[in-house]
Design a protein. Structure first.
Length: 156
């Protein structure tokens, strides 16, 4: 690429905007509207919304809901919401066939869910940690992961 192919800021002239990077959405997410970044729901509604999306196989969009709770929620609960959001995006990487990314995000989620205590709203922290560790063991062994394991229950 030569200098004339760049705009005054230095970006490539033919570059796509960041929201259209062309990464394939996982199955079940195509045609579902994106969740706005400024979504501000009470914790109970956030969990119900994220659970509904997980049950529908839309871990990608559940991640967006949980990430909005992490960014807009109380500071004391950020570790919890960040752990849940990373857990959901780890499931998205499994759906996309990216085990390396899934390992990284599930490891982070396990660390954050272990650090967040006490865990409010009836969230099954130890159960989610156990599920994530099982997924990590299967990824390390190269075993296939069934679709039913990609739809965890957030509450006990």
């Amino acid at each position: 690429m030569v200098e004339r192919d760049r705009d005054e800021v230095g970006r490539a002239r033919n570059a796509r905007p960041r929201d259209r990077l062309g990464r394939p959405l996982p199955p079940g997410s195509v045609g579902v509207e994106r969740i706005p970044d400024d979504l501000d729901l009470p914790p109970e509604q956030t969990l119900a919304f994220a659970q509904r999306l997980l049950d529908d196989g839309c871990a990608f969009h559940a991640h967006e809901v949980l990430e909005a709770a992490w960014k807009n929620g109380p500071f004391a609960e950020r570790m919890l919401w960040q752990g849940l959001a990373q857990y959901a995006v780890g499931l998205t990487h499994i759906q996309r066939g990216n085990p390396k990314g899934a390992r990284t995000l599930l490891d982070r989620a396990v660390g954050r869910l272990r650090t967040a205590s006490p865990i409010p709203y009836g969230i099954d922290g130890p159960g989610l940690v156990a599920l994530a560790e099982g997924l990590l063991a299967d990824l390390d062994a190269g075993r296939a992961i069934g679709e039913d394991r990609l739809r965890p229950r957030l509450r006990g």
